[in-house]
Design a protein around this ligand. Sequence first.
Ligand SMILES: [Ca+2]
Ligand SMILES: [Ca+2]
Length: 308
Amino acid sequence: MDPHSQVEFPKFPGRRRQCCQRGTLLALLGLVTTAMWAGLLTLLLLWHWETVQKLKQLEKTAAQNDLETVQKLKQLEKTAAQNVSQVSKDLERHKGEQVAQESQAAKMSQSMEKIQDEQNRMKSQDSELSRNLNGLREDLSDLQSQGLNERRAALHALDRLQEEVAKLWIELRVSNGTTCNTCPDDWVHFQKKCYYFGEGPKRWIQARFACSKLHGRLVSIHSQEEQDFLTRHANKKGSWIGLRDLNIEGEFVWMDQNPLDYSNWQPGEPNNGGQGEDCVMMRASGHWNDAFCGSYLDGWVCDRLVTC
Ligand SMILES: [Ca+2]
Ligand SMILES: [Ca+2]
């Protein structure tokens, strides 16, 4: 409602009327001012109250936050304490386990040292046993070798004895007037022996077996007359004869076990040439040469005593 419309002014004439209007304006101005101040004051009071409320709220919130923070800190402190306690327990447990492991390791180390010592002792014993075993093997080998040599020597002596007995028997029969010049077919008689002149390529050992199958042996030569007889009849390409130095190099032995009382070596022989020459052959000239036992010769000569 317009205030100007509610106020009724007394009707004054002229200046009195202007005075009333000014007073009214002043009054209105005062009212407005008052209202403005009142409004402003009210606003200030409201702002202050609101600020105070906000501060209180903030204080309350801060207090609550502080309380929560304190509670959280206490909880964290408690948790940290528990963790520290657990870690301490774990450390103690680990220390105990470490001590136990170190003790176990020390025991294992001692055991390993004992095992190592035992192994060394066993190795030493094994080495000593091995040496003793090798010694025993060498002794056994020597005994076997010695036994074989003695057996071989005995057999050779027996052969020689049988040979001598057979010769004596023939001489006895001859002295009694018996004719002793009988040889098997294909054998050639000369003095007290028969000779077989084999043909066909053979190595020395094959020629020896061939003579053995014919109940003879590779020929042994003991005189120039016998050598001349053989030279006349033997294969001109060369023949194996019963002489060799197989067991002891340079020590030649006849198949009839008699000593080397006659020889007819080619000049420069025996030379044990090449990879070793231990078997003797007779050339077309009748001279002897030591040759490789594995060589093949076309001729080989056997002999045996005559029968009466
Ligand atoms: Ca030789
Ligand atoms: Ca030779």
